[in-house]
Design a protein around this ligand. Structure first.
Ligand SMILES: *Cc1c(COP(=O)(O)O)cnc(C)c1O
Length: 239
């Protein structure tokens, strides 16, 4: 086994343990490997180890990589980063999941492009659970209204909520973000929302996925713990 396969096994073992500790079934937590900045060889290696869905946060990069791996029709892409309306077309063409939906403008642009292309897209509503200015996402107080507005989009399938917890040495601060998300999910599930079940929480990264699992994460987005340190942005692939 190459080191990426080893890392994948190690991360899966940590997910299993976090699930056991939380009294959860490991089958209910999905690992989404994040390949941003990583070279094609790293993706090849993870593919050989059985990975079929990769997370990317930049539109140009996911477009380039999707073209490069066009010979692998079973390889799917999840766009996990903020999207500008004018780039919705690319996401509508290449992604099967979008984790960072936080505006009506982007929802409209995606839905229109998807409709034209005859495709559907699984989406997660991004929530700014830490209140940091620097973070994207809906204000927690606006999520319910936004969730209701999702009913009008025929091509967007809402799977749940997504967040990035605060970056902190104090685990209690990240835990507060995750707890806020779990509470928000419960609130949404108790209201009448035709569009989506809100059964999913996309949260937890290399540094905090075990904590996220304790608070109900169903998809953890893990990059560095699988692929190692990120590559320099301008040299992520040299083709
Ligand atoms: C990069 C990224 C991740 C993964 O972060 P790691 O620290 O490499 O595990 C998860 N989610 C988003 C939105 C990201 O941009």
């Amino acid at each position: 086994m190459g080191h990426i396969a080893d890392n994948l096994a190690a991360v899966r073992a940590r997910i299993d343990k976090a699930c056991r500790d939380a009294g959860r079934d490991p089958a209910d937590v999905r690992l989404l490997p994040v390949s941003k900045t990583q070279r094609p060889e790293a993706i090849e290696e993870a593919y050989a180890a059985g990975i079929r869905l990769f997370g990317e946060n930049k539109v140009q990069e996911v477009a380039d990589k999707a073209a490069l791996f066009a010979d692998k029709p079973d390889l799917d892409w999840a766009v996990i980063g903020h999207l500008q309306t004018n780039k919705a077309k690319v996401v509508a063409q290449v992604a099967t999941e979008f984790h960072a939906l936080d505006s009506a403008k982007v929802a409209e642009a995606l839905d229109r492009r998807l409709d034209n292309a005859g495709r559907d897209l699984d989406v997660f509503l991004q929530v700014n659970s830490s209140g940091e200015e620097s973070k994207f996402g809906l204000d927690p107080d606006d999520v319910e209204q936004f969730a209701k507005s999702m009913r009008q989009y025929r091509s967007l399938r809402v799977r749940g909520l997504m967040t990035l917890a605060v970056f902190s040495d104090d685990a209690a601060e990240a835990a507060a973000c995750f707890a806020r998300m779990q509470e928000l999910q419960r609130r949404l599930q108790s209201t009448d929302l035709a569009a989506g079940s809100y059964s999913e929480l996309s949260m937890g990264m290399s540094g905090d996925f075990e904590l996220a699992i304790a608070y109900g994460a169903t998809t953890v987005r893990v990059g560095q713990a699988i692929f190692g340190a990120r590559q320099e942005p301008d040299t992520y692939w040299s083709a």
